[in-house]
Design a protein around this ligand. Structure first.
Ligand code: PMV
Length: 326
């Protein structure tokens, strides 16, 4: 195996308290902090080889050679790693997801977390988890949260070295389950990186950001103390606030479809009837149902009965991004 090769694995994450909007778009410093859970079993595996023979970077995703914006994002990120390592070598990057693209699961989080870890290892950089998280953040905010394991908080800060993610509880701390109902697997019209830049155009964003420390404190405590009732309320409140900002941006963004809005009424009703479950929704129409592991089978059964649901994925708390050895 040539010297400049490495493979890394990372999982996507689901945010309990959402990142939406930057205080600095160029550095991707978030307007507010966020908290998430990595999703075990869903993985991006990325191999990278820096090669003196190559004239340009190459990026193969799920077996297909990429060009245009997908390749440009990879090259931009590799430039950050190259400049840290003092290298000018071009790379061949091969990446695979074991979950369907467009399944409403942010593949940029696991994708750029895996690329950061694989790239740093291949270039012989010894970086701390914090440094890896900062680097991953630069290309995809949510990727910073896929570097540490389990339940993770990403800090908002004014300066680049202070905005990183760290684990607030390991994966085995609490067996929460994310039962994901895929309602529409078509790619979204406005990607989250572009949508994030529109957040500041909403008159609701300033209030959402100002209140974020309160929501973060409630969520952090709920995770630490495994208080599902508190988590459920704050999860849904935070989701509603983010989608309100999206809808009131210029241009307006609406990632939801009518079926999503029905779930937003049904799930709190299921909870009121005694089934511990709460929803959260990212920049897409699909519903993530968080519940204690004991309720996951019942939640999954109910979701599968609904014709609008194309498929259901189930994930428990996952580990952090890591180099694959051997
Ligand atoms: O980091 P990005 O560009 O994938 O944006 C992620 C934004 C949301 O998924 C909607 C919220 C979040 O915190 O993950």
């Amino acid at each position: 195996m040539p010297t400049w090769c490495a493979t890394a694995i990372a999982s996507p994450n689901i945010a309990f308290i959402k990142y939406w909007g930057n205080r600095d778009d160029a550095l991707r410093l978030p307007a507010n902090g966020s908290i998430s859970m990595n999703l075990a079993g869903l993985e991006t595996v990325t191999s990278i080889a820096f090669d003196p023979q190559l004239g340009n970077d190459e990026f193969v995703f799920d077996g297909v050679l990429q060009s245009g914006p997908a390749l440009a994002r990879v090259t931009t990120h590799l430039d950050r790693l190259r400049s840290k390592a003092g290298s000018i070598l071009k790379a061949r990057v091969e990446s695979r997801n074991n979950f369907p693209l467009g399944a409403g699961i942010a593949s940029s989080a696991s994708g750029f977390a895996a690329l950061t870890v694989a790239g740093a290892a291949a270039l012989g950089l010894t970086l701390s988890e914090r440094e890896l998280s900062i680097l991953a953040r630069r290309e995809s905010g949510s990727a910073s949260r896929s570097i540490p394991a389990g339940y993770v908080e990403w800090y908002a800060a004014e300066a680049d070295p202070d905005s990183y993610a760290e684990s607030i509880a390991p994966p085995d701390h609490w067996a929460l389950t994310d039962v994901i109902a895929i309602i529409d697997s078509r790619p979204k019209k406005t990607g989250s990186a572009e949508g994030n830049r529109l957040a500041r155009t909403s008159p609701r964003q300033a209030a959402r950001v100002a209140d974020a420390p309160r929501r973060l404190a409630i969520c952090r405590r709920a995770v630490r103390e495994k208080d599902f009732t508190a988590l459920a309320e704050i999860l849904e409140e935070d989701t509603r606030l983010m989608h309100e900002v999206m809808r009131t941006s210029t241009p307006a963004l609406n990632y939801l479809v009518p079926a999503t809005e029905k779930f937003m009424r049904w799930i709190p009703a299921w909870r009121a009837q005694g089934l511990p479950v709460a929803f959260t929704i990212d920049a897409g129409p699909n519903i993530h149902c968080l519940c204690p592991m004991e309720s996951a089978a019942e939640v999954e059964r109910r979701l599968r009965e609904i014709p609008a649901v194309e498929r259901v994925l189930v994930a428990q708390p996952g580990g952090g991004a890591r180099v694959e050895l051997g």
